[in-house]
Design a protein around this ligand. Structure first.
Ligand code: GLU
Length: 297
């Protein structure tokens, strides 16, 4: 593998809820190559906040697959499930600014509330915008339900949050041609997004901005499916006074029918290629045409 030389801090942050596929291998290798041995750092982070779906055997398989591909990373590896206190601190900071509210609604109740409302907006993940039911609860009703121990999610009040920030949420996006452009994020595409769930005390969005800041990540290199999420991440960084990394949203690997490789679409795991006798070098070669755009230092 050839490497380019930069001195940034890069990370690969898989969720331990399944086996890695070639799309993950590509993203991990790209980060590893960009970090390079010339002062750059490559971190691995296990995104395991979803305790229901994440499993130790998937985490072990991540280490095994990445090592097989020839990657090395710094230890100890940060596991998100060990840092819920850090995410709670960030949520408390947002709440202290009056920018969050508890939400008691179930998914079913939200679906029912928006059913039949033609053209009701959806966020980039396809979930309907929250209709605001719990945003307007009286203080006494809120207190009553909280004291009764009713489980609640926490939502961002998007309107109040964007007003509070009051400036464009710019990030530097580095393209495949290595040119950088300034992008203005659009967090409002997410509506009153959840920052914690009833069953998980932090959302991906809050955990990722907190961790990237705590780990000193300078370059976030991840799939283009997260491009629109970066607008929401920029908003959270601005509200929490966190540093802003550069971003590079790379193209996703697709199968022969053009479908993006994903765990949910049962993309073939890297380990299945290994079990079939394919060498790590062959897998790297297979991915390297997509990696050539890393370019010269
Ligand atoms: N954990 C996310 C995933 O596996 C990646 C998050 C990120 O790179 O920001 O898709």
């Amino acid at each position: 593998m050839t490497r380019s030389f930069t001195s940034g801090v890069f990370r690969f942050a898989p969720s331990s809820n399944g086996y890695l596929h070639l799309g993950h291998a590509y993203s991990a290798m790209l980060n590893f190559l960009l970090a390079g041995p010339g002062g750059g750092r490559f971190l691995l982070r296990i995104e395991d906040i979803d305790r229901e779906r994440c499993r130790p055997e998937f985490e072990a398989a991540i280490y095994e697959d990445l090592a097989w591909l020839g990657l090395t990373w710094e230890t100890p590896v940060r596991r998100q499930a060990e840092h819920f206190d850090a995410y709670a601190g960030a949520l408390a900071k947002l709440t202290a600014q009056g920018l969050t509210y508890p939400c008691f609604c179930s998914r079913r109740e939200i679906m029912d509330a928006v059913a039949g409302r033609a053209g009701w907006p959806r966020d980039p993940d396809g979930s309907p915008f929250y209709p605001g039911t719990c945003k307007h609860l009286s203080r006494s009703e809120l207190q009553r339900r909280i004291s009764a121990g009713e489980p609640a999610a926490l939502r961002i009040n998007m309107e109040a949050a964007t007003v509070k920030v009051g400036r464009p949420l710019i990030w530097r996006e580095i393209g495949p041609d290595l040119q950088s452009r300034e992008i203005a994020g659009e967090p409002s595409l997410w509506g009153d997004a959840t920052l914690s769930r009833k069953d998980i005390p932090a959302s991906y969005h809050i955990a990722v901005v907190v961790d990237d800041a705590l780990q000193g990540v300078t370059d976030v290199v991840r799939g283009e499916d997260l491009y629109l999420a970066t607008g929401l991440h920029r908003l959270l960084q601005a509200l929490l006074d966190l540093p802003v990394p550069s971003y590079r949203h790379h193209a996703l690997l697709r199968d022969a029918s053009g479908l993006k490789l994903s765990k949910s679409a049962r993309a073939k795991p890297i380990r299945a290629f290994r079990e079939e006798g394919l060498s790590a070098a062959a897998v790297r070669d297979r991915l390297s045409p997509d990696l050539v755009f890393i370019g010269a230092p």
